[in-house]
Write a protein of this length. Sequence first.
Length: 167
Amino acid sequence: MTGKRVLVAYGSKHGATAGIAAEIGRTLREDGLDAVVLPADDVDDVRSFDAVVLGGSLYAGRWSGKARHCAERNQNYLRHRPVWLFSSGPVDSSAERHEIPPVPAVAEQMERLGAREHVTFGGSLTASTPGLLAKALVRHGKGGDFRNPERIRTWAHHISSELAEAA
Ligand SMILES: Cc1cc2nc3c(=O)[nH]c(=O)nc-3n(C[C@H](O)[C@H](O)[C@H](O)COP(=O)(O)O)c2cc1C
């Protein structure tokens, strides 16, 4: 048990990324960390956290504005903490088959914050996702839930072990 406080913040439009953040938070808690999961919009001050995991969904090749703004608002404090970033996107198995590099805005945040790592997880687009484009994509067989809980949990355990090593 390290008892470190970890913030898991997410920028999500329709809940898929929120689900990934919840899984990360659960896993970190199983590992003995004090993990809090919050929407990125609600994060005003990261000073009470020892480490931060920040994720956002991808739309038209861009990272969630909510996640990006959170990174920008808190950059002075994030720079002095271990930070991990993630993206949730591909609605196919590509994220499972090979590493998908961060989109340019995320790569820029990695650099600015000195983030430890970035990972792209498969996303989710289902019949219940709002929006005409989403519905049309699903109708044409382009949808599905490609979030892989095992892969998400493995990454979260990896974060726990890095934090334990640093303790
Ligand atoms: C209109 C639209 C555009 C999308 N563009 C991308 C994209 O450029 N890259 C990507 O990997 N996924 C893309 N996706 C898939 C979403 O990123 C995926 O559904 C994600 O898990 C949604 O997360 P959220 O529910 O948290 O917003 C797109 C989905 C829609 C509906």
